[in-house]
Design a protein around this ligand. Structure first.
Ligand SMILES: [Zn+2]
Length: 304
């Protein structure tokens, strides 16, 4: 087991795939059971880290991978994985059938937000996978892990319209993807992640309300890691999202750049007033992609 792997109870492994060359930014998960599954692959550039972490666990074949949503920080490396493990089946929202064999549109959609240069450097290019290797998910579908253990796929729009969360009732773990937001070490609070074009508050809150009704022991989020106190975190996430939207509404006269600066200053002040240490504040602020957040919120506000 290498240092990028953290073992949790019930055969759950968290794998740090060094997104953008940094630790503790993106985690994939592996559930070791009679029919094991990988959850998320991370971006293309993270693929070497994913593979060496898996190999350090003695895993030399992947047959099933569940993807929370089609953003490239979660699915970008899938072509590399399927090139290596040709029998790998990918469980994903039905839009995956359209996009993963021909990922140009996914690439363009993301490069509109991040720029192509940034994408290539930080996440890497996405390769296609064969359509035969894709299994499209239905809401409530059970993916078998063991005789009495399933991973339930729950349709979870709000962050993205192609988002699923995965619920392992056996361990009480909810694999959240980006539905909750961002929690960076060593903070234990949620920062919203509300990108265009899909972010919609009402849709996201409906998703979170539904998830809150499950019996959850821990939330496994993509950015980053496994967290206890699931219900408290969901409540806090909703509060932060409401506060951010209110804040952005009140500065509607500002340009995106100005609004982004204003948001950063406001957040820094808030975090300081909560006695959060400087290193943690820098972690959260440095990885927030605030122009994208402004675009996501403003896009939602103009539609509503
Ligand atoms: Zn993400």
């Amino acid at each position: 087991m290498n240092t990028d792997v953290t073992k949790f109870d019930n055969g759950i492994f968290q794998i740090d795939v060094h997104m953008e060359g940094k630790t503790e930014r993106m985690s994939c998960y592996y559930i070791d059971s009679s029919e094991p599954i990988l959850i998320e692959v991370g971006p293309s550039n993270s693929f070497p880290y994913l593979i060496s972490a898996l190999e350090s666990l003695g895993i030399n074949n992947i047959k099933r991978t569940a993807i929370t949503h089609l953003h490239l920080d979660h699915v970008g490396g899938i072509g590399h994985l399927n090139e290596k493990y040709k029998d790998n089946f990918v469980y994903v929202h039905e839009l995956g059938i359209k996009h993963l064999p021909n990922p140009e549109r996914l690439w363009r959609a993301v490069s509109d937000v991040y720029t192509e240069e940034w994408l290539k450097k930080n996440w890497g290019e996405i390769k296609p996978i064969p359509i035969e290797n894709i299994k499209s998910l239905n809401d409530g579908a059970d993916i078998k892990l063991d005789i009495n253990r399933n991973l339930k796929a729950l349709y979870s729009p709000g962050h993205a319209k192609h988002h699923y969360t995965f619920y392992d009732e056996y361990s009480g773990t909810l694999f959240m993807g980006d539905t909750l937001g961002l929690i960076y070490p060593h903070g234990d609070f949620v920062q919203p992640n509300l990108p265009p074009p899909d972010f919609n508050k009402e849709t996201l809150f409906q998703t979170l309300d539904r998830l809150e009704n499950l019996e959850i022991n821990q939330l496994a989020i993509a950015h980053f890691g496994i967290h206890k106190k699931p219900y408290q975190l969901i409540t806090e996430a909703k509060e932060s999202i409401e506060n951010w939207i209110m804040f952005i509404k009140n500065i509607e006269h500002m340009s995106d750049d100005e609004a982004s600066n204003e948001l950063v200053q406001w957040l820094t002040k808030n975090y300081k007033s909560l006695d959060i240490d400087n290193e943690t504040i820098i972690n959260y602020i440095g990885n927030g992609n605030f122009i994208m957040q402004i675009n996501g919120i403003r896009n939602y506000l103009t539609k509503n």
